[in-house]
Design a protein around this ligand. Structure first.
Ligand code: ASP
Length: 341
């Protein structure tokens, strides 16, 4: 029998309607078992760990990622897999962050949540919960985990955490991985695609990285963006890195002031990462004239990385490598755990 640790952190899936007040209150595992008694039929031994207090995922901070990653690291040898119940709003950030903090995983860490609380009639929590536990417990014929990496399971797809974006606040299919296929799909059967998953070698040991640096900004370009705005952002005190959300294949307006401001920022040691505003496709600087200034200013191409993965990767790299900007820049062009093509 596989052992799974079910971690409650908050969000809709960890809340239940109080029968008297109708307010959403934190859910206990005992109440969850009463609401979804089928959990027992999964044939998985489940322990639970409730975070205190439960939080709405809009309140997530990097210190929360550190706590969560450390918990999984400390409990790693006791379980075959981990399920993290988390609010959907920032799940893609937390799951991406964990993929950088927990490296060399040979066990699944599956994030899931729901759009409707488990106490409501049409809730999606039940299916998401049961399937996430089943996936976290799944092993191949050699006894190895089917998908040994950090993932998000939602509706019918198991997605690589650091490829995922929340794309819908109403439909049950809330998440999408635009540039990498699903690692498993759940229909009548759960069909796994281990060939698409990360391949830890059998000796690989889990490493924990918990240092982060949040001196990161996101600058989304738009036609008419003013010099004043860009200057204000690039001159923020203590700023270490900027994710520049560009047009199409990584293009930007050709203003001389933009070129100059970015070049000066780069010379001051601020890391500039080019991420396209298109969810599908990747940055190819040099393809159009409108990206030549960015290249010349020292902007780094972010390939097809998501904004969630770009921000959390930068926080992790800046925390880990400190002032060693050259190493951070080099690692930004490398896929550390499947986050970019
Ligand atoms: N606001 C909630 C959260 O992200 C929404 C949800 O759980 O789906 O915590």
């Amino acid at each position: 029998m596989s052992n799974v640790l079910l971690i409650f952190t908050g969000g809709t899936i960890s809340m239940a309607e109080d029968p008297v007040t109708h307010a959403l209150t934190p859910l206990t595992y005992e109440r969850m078992l009463r609401l979804v008694p089928e959990i027992k039929r999964l044939g998985v031994s489940i322990d639970t760990y409730p975070f205190s207090p439960f939080i709405d995922s809009s309140d997530v901070e990097p210190s929360f990622w550190t706590r969560l990653a450390t918990l999984i690291y400390e409990k790693y040898d006791h379980y075959d897999g981990f399920v993290v119940l988390h609010g959907t709003d920032t799940m893609a950030y937390s799951a991406s962050a964990l993929s950088f903090m927990l490296r060399g995983l040979r066990k699944p860490v599956v994030f899931t949540g729901s759009q409707i609380p488990i106490t409501m009639l049409r809730s999606d929590a039940r299916e998401n919960l049961l399937t996430a536990i089943e996936i976290a417990a799944a092993k191949d014929s050699n006894g190895n985990a089917m998908i040994p990496e950090v993932t998000i399971f939602f509706e019918d797809s198991l997605l690589r955490a650091n490829r995922t974006t929340k794309k819908n606040s109403e439909e049950f299919a809330a998440f999408r991985s635009y540039n990498y296929p699903a690692l498993a799909t759940a229909g009548v059967h759960i069909v796994y695609h281990p060939e698409l998953s990360l391949k830890p070698n059998s000796e690989s040991k889990l490493s924990l990285y918990t240092k982060t640096d949040s001196n990161v900004a996101v600058l989304r370009l738009f036609p008419g963006i003013s010099e004043r705005i860009v200057n204000a952002i690039l001159n923020i005190e203590g700023l270490r890195a900027v994710v520049i959300e560009t047009f199409g294949s990584g293009n930007a307006p050709q203003h001389a002031w933009l070129h100059k401001t970015l070049k000066q920022a780069n010379e001051k040691g601020i890391i500039l990462l080019n991420k396209t505003q298109c969810p599908v496709g990747r940055v190819e600087m040099g393809r159009y004239q409108t990206s030549l200034n960015l290249l010349d200013a020292g902007v780094i191409a972010g390939s097809d990385i998501t904004t969630e993965a770009a921000v959390t990767k930068l926080m992790y790299l800046l925390g880990e490598y400190g002032e060693d900007t050259e190493t951070v820049k080099h690692l930004l062009t490398t896929s550390l755990c499947g986050e970019q093509t």
